[in-house]
Ligand binder design. Structure first.
Ligand code: FNR
Length: 346
């Protein structure tokens, strides 16, 4: 790869800053959702079936590696590691935004490395919501992607020093939805979604959405750190948490398949997100953190144990699958209850 472009340098800065702020991540609101313990769960771990379905795929685990990177030598190394983890766990993986690969073709290999390490796995190509149909198709083709993730990231663009200043995406999303043949997943990047956003996405025929809420990686904090002037640190709490976003999605869950990411760290976070209606949970920051500190083999072992603990929590709740989990009794703390009342969520 030749001298680093602005975009390529940005990718490395994102990786560095996401890891730098990992230990300072905000509370996720998962602590405000509590399961009611059942002393007679009448279950066995061996009977728990974690199978899930979304975007036309049937998957053995309700977990995927969410979009992160590509476009630099460092990103290529990370993508290779992520793809090995995804292959070992049989979970899908999304690449970072391929917009750099469309502008700088010499960076394509840093994305394609995922397919080389996970030939039979499900790969999601990731792009912004403003791309043309031809660009989206090119990204799908270079990766032989099984689905296309389209990200909505207005707060990030606003704070990013070189960010876009136009956030008109709905018509283009509809065009992409009509012309792209692989499944489309519309996702946030850690600011969550509202009932109003979900209704707009439903109105144009989008079927699968990752609400990606606040509580984990924070792109206002990251982009603000990259600025040399005009401080935006006052915006650090912007957006709905992943829990709030899942509550916002309750009415839409009839029409939309909901995925959850943003601050998923423990199996308990995951089981709470699944209880609130997510068909699967995505992790970025937590897996990035693991791979920065451990080799691929250790990360695979950690994630396998993580999934076994997830199975254990289903059993503890007396639920043998995702459908049963949806009926597990929970209570919400006062702040979340207040949120639900003001947002007319029942
Ligand atoms: C991201 N994320 C992201 N999302 C996206 O749609 N396209 C992208 O290119 C990127 N790039 C990216 C880089 C890095 C280093 C991180 C950590 C994250 C956002 C990601 O997919 C996810 O929506 C949020 O990070 C929230 O999840 P976590 O990190 O809290 O698990």
């Amino acid at each position: 790869m030749c001298a680093k472009s602005v975009q390529s340098h940005r990718k490395d800065e994102h990786l560095f800053l996401a890891e730098k702020f990992f230990t300072q991540q905000a509370k996720s609101d998962f602590e405000q959702v509590r399961f009611i313990h059942q002393s007679l769960p009448e279950s066995r771990l061996a009977d728990v079936d974690l199978t899930t379905h979304f975007a036309g795929f049937t998957l053995p685990l309700p977990l995927y590696i969410n979009a992160m990177t590509g476009g630099s030598a460092q990103a290529q190394k990370l993508n290779a590691g992520l793809a090995q983890v995804a292959a070992a766990l049989h979970i899908p993986m999304a690449t970072g935004s391929l917009s750099i690969a469309l502008k700088e073709p010499e960076t394509v290999a840093s994305f394609q490395v995922t397919r080389q390490h996970d030939q039979r796995g499900l790969l999601f190509a990731n792009l912004g919501a403003d791309v043309t149909v031809a660009q989206a198709q090119q990204a799908i083709d270079v990766l032989q992607a099984d689905a296309l993730q389209l990200h909505l990231n207005a707060p990030q663009e606003l704070v990013m020093p070189e960010g876009d200043q136009s956030f008109r995406w709905l018509d283009n999303l509809q065009t992409l939805r009509q012309q792209i043949t692989v499944p489309i997943i519309v996702k946030e990047v850690g600011f969550g979604m509202s009932q109003e956003t979900l209704a707009k996405l439903t109105s144009i025929g989008i079927e699968t959405v990752d609400v990606s809420g606040r509580g984990g990686t924070n792109f206002i904090q990251i982009e603000n750190e990259r600025r040399h002037q005009h401080d935006y640190s006052y915006l650090a709490d912007w957006g709905q948490s992943t829990v709030e976003s899942l509550l916002e999605s309750q009415a839409s869950q009839k029409h939309l398949t909901i995925l959850a990411s943003g601050g998923i760290r423990t199996p308990l976070d995951a089981v709470k997100a699944l209880r609130l209606g997510a068909q699967a949970v995505g992790m970025s920051g937590t897996i990035l953190h693991a791979l920065q500190h451990h080799d691929v083999t250790a990360v695979i072992a950690w994630l396998q144990d993580w999934c076994q603990q997830l199975r254990g929590l289903f059993a503890l709740l007396g639920c043998h699958d995702l459908t049963a989990l949806r009926h597990a009794p929970i209570v919400l703390d006062a702040a979340l209850l207040n949120y639900c009342q003001q947002r007319h969520i029942t």
